[in-house]
Design a protein around this ligand. Structure first.
Ligand SMILES: NC(=O)c1ccc[n+]([C@@H]2O[C@H](COP(=O)([O-])OP(=O)(O)OC[C@H]3O[C@@H](n4cnc5c(N)ncnc54)[C@H](OP(=O)(O)O)[C@@H]3O)[C@@H](O)[C@H]2O)c1
Length: 326
């Protein structure tokens, strides 16, 4: 089978598609015939050796997939060859076949195509966990989403609306903000040209926002925190800007603001039942058309390295999905 291989940590251009042996399902695992695999920023960090998880070389990136079960390992119950599923292998998804632990997959509903399924588990799972479990976002509260046209950002805009919040989307271009408005954002801020703090305060009558969803970091984090209301929460999701911000903690003390870390992958391990509940919620919202992954491009495996580079160059809107068999 074909797989995108990372044989040495470095730039995406060093990745290559190679013929490798098909994986085998060990106890408690299944092999998926991958129909679609969504690209995430951690893939881009992982191939450069910059992510908190450093898989042993060689490896294939690709954390979330959808496809058909090809083989079921010993002890796996309730799953069989041919089932439509989506899942979270963590790595290995940019390949024609990949191995996933059985507890990390779930049925792909009839009404969902493979590309949408691939873009749901990690991306929407992260944003729902952040807003609901970590941020305790309430109906009627104001949510400010940074990087709001990116993968987890666009998901946070949709989920914020589904949870009944007023959503302010912040991104770096008018084109990206237009996408956010299509997803339901009530207000937008172009933080490449506008003062993020001043605009967020102006849009809330100087009260400030209740929750900030921050997958970007860099200089935006402090500006956003300064626009958080009394007892508001800032959710630390990621640092796509490349810089981990260092924040003066008096900003937390002054308005009893909370800084809350979000780590979806570990939350699934710590609270597997909560993860299942969240996935059921996401599938219900999908069926009610309250959420729908924004798949902006579908590319063959041979172009996955280009897609990773464009993610690093800040040129992607929504999700790029890789189709390993095309
Ligand atoms: N904590 C968790 O459990 C968890 C789970 C999944 C992902 N994450 C993290 O969340 C972040 C976003 O992931 P994603 O897959 O949604 O990525 P993405 O689709 O690339 O979105 C990231 C957004 O960050 C903004 N950005 C600002 N400066 C950037 C720069 N120098 N390079 C690239 N993007 C920049 C871009 O929006 P603008 O151009 O509009 O600024 C971009 O749309 C990553 O740091 C990832 O590691 C965390």
């Amino acid at each position: 089978m074909k797989a995108l291989l990372c044989t040495a940590y470095g730039s995406p251009q060093m990745l290559s598609v190679q013929e490798v042996p098909s994986p085998k399902a060990g106890p408690g695992q299944v092999v998926i015939d991958v129909k679609a695999s969504a690209l995430n920023f951690p893939d881009a960090l992982m191939v450069q050796g910059l992510y908190q998880v450093k898989p042993p070389l060689p490896f294939s990136p690709g954390a979330e997939v959808a496809g058909l079960i090809k083989e079921v390992g010993e002890g796996v119950q309730g799953l069989k060859a041919g089932d439509r599923v989506m899942g979270f292998p963590g790595t290995g998804g940019f390949a024609e076949e990949c191995v996933v632990a059985a507890e990390k997959i779930m049925p792909l509903p009839e009404n969902m195509d493979f590309a949408s399924g691939a873009a749901l588990v990690l991306t929407y799972g992260t944003s729902l966990h952040a807003l609901q479990d970590c941020g305790r976002l309430q109906p009627g509260e104001t949510l400010l989403v940074l990087g709001a046209a990116g993968g987890v950002g666009a998901a946070a805009v949709e989920i914020g609306k589904a949870m009944g919040a007023r959503v302010i989307a912040a991104a770096s271009s008018e084109e990206k903000l237009a996408l956010c408005r299509r997803l339901g954002a009530d207000e937008t801020i172009d933080y490449a040209t506008e003062d993020l703090r001043k605009r967020a305060l102006a849009l809330t009558g100087e009260k400030g926002v209740d929750v900030v969803y921050d997958p970007v970091g860099g200089g935006y984090t402090e500006a956003a925190l300064r626009a958080v209301a009394w007892r508001g929460r800032l959710l630390i999701v990621g640092f796509a800007a490349g810089e981990i911000p260092k924040i003066p903690l008096n900003l937390a003390l002054l308005k009893e603001r909370q800084l809350i870390g979000v780590y979806w992958g570990d939350s699934v391990r710590h609270d597997p039942r909560g993860h299942v509940r969240n996935m059921q919620q996401l599938l219900a919202w999908f069926a009610e058309r309250k959420i729908a992954p924004v798949v902006s491009e579908q590319l063959p495996l041979a172009r996955a390295h280009e897609a990773i580079q464009r993610l690093l160059d800040r040129k992607v809107k929504g999700k790029i999905v890789i189709l390993p068999e095309s």
